[in-house]
Design a protein around this ligand. Sequence first.
Ligand code: ATP
Ligand code: MG
Length: 403
Amino acid sequence: MKQIIIHYGELSTKGKNRKMFQRKLADQIRHLTKHLEKVTVQPEFDYMYVKWEETPYEDIIEILKNVPGISRFEPVYQVEKEMAAIEQQAVALFDRLTLEEGDSFKIVAKRQDKDFPLDSYAIQREIGSIIGERYPELTVEMKQPTHKLTISIHKDREAYLSLQSYQGIGGMPYGSSGKGMLMLSGGFDSPIAGYLMMKRGLEIEAVHFSSPPYTSPQALEKTKKLTSVLAAYGMPMKFHNVPFAKIQEAIRDHIPDQASMTVMRRFMLRIMDQLLVANKAQAIVNGESLGQVASQTIDSMVVINEVTSTPILRPLIAMDKTDIIVLAEDIGTYDISVEPYEDCCTVFAPVAPHTKPKLDSIEAMEERLDIEGLIQDAIENTTIEVIDSDYIEQQQAAFSELL
Ligand code: ATP
Ligand code: MG
């Protein structure tokens, strides 16, 4: 039986919510490993234990590297809580290594079970001297050893030895911080905004405003693919497609060009508010970054934001575009966002949008429009689809069958 010990991220400080956090994390790991053979997940107070039999080890590692709420994890060898057994396993592990000239080692022991007769320091000294004698060519190195053996004596459990430790992405378990709805365009920013909030434990549903026939089916497809990439960091995700063409036509026909961007964004937020109520979500998430474009100046944001009192989470507000792009490459949205299909904002983009709109004049202009009627029509015609992380593969498979 192979085994990995998971070190929780921030959830370990969260008092009585702790059980819920652990359950969410366990549920997500079970979901992400459901296609693998015989994986069991045991959430416990200090650590989570993942066991498996036939599954390739690498598959599990790759999955755990991207699960919100995991700070670190290590594949371990389990032995009885006795020095003889620990010693034997430590030697077996070093015997299996291919040692090179100049290699060094370090033993780190952690005794959580205070009934274990030796303290951490004594365990380190004893195992250290056995390894040192057996491999005289290995030097002891405290700061950056080539091989670090961790020995953990867990309470109410066994002893665990590990030579390797992997970094997780940190954050909090998906869905442990409530639910938000992400305004998802086909651009670089909004998927990253979604990812960052998911990593902070927020469950996400995606909302895309599309304007066929002005926008193409490829533009819609692009956003679904982005949703699919995000779903890999959480659970299967609801994707709401809001038809936006009628609203944009009304704006084009009745609102001066420079004010159209502001009015359009106010419509988006009003619609978001209704979707939030219908889907029991608590916050809006978007990809705005201060000063990036005309609608993201502080003056614009004040006037746009005025239509709602819902919290709008803007995780990218202080980020530079270059840093956003680095993240997009890391999490796998870059190659999709870079596809050239234009979304509704680009198609209807004004030549010179106001960077300092005035609230009273915007409100006066909006009186020319049937705001309630347009919003109701858009909501009634919104479609919902659930998108999972294998969506892209499935589409490709369907496509190659057609050929
Ligand atoms: P992005 O790269 O996310 O498209 P952007 O820098 O192009 O952002 P804008 O086009 O001004 O900026 O959009 C700001 C935010 O508004 C986006 O990050 C996104 O959250 C939301 N948004 C814009 N267009 C749409 C759309 N068609 N559907 C849903 N949300 C949108
Ligand atoms: Mg955009």
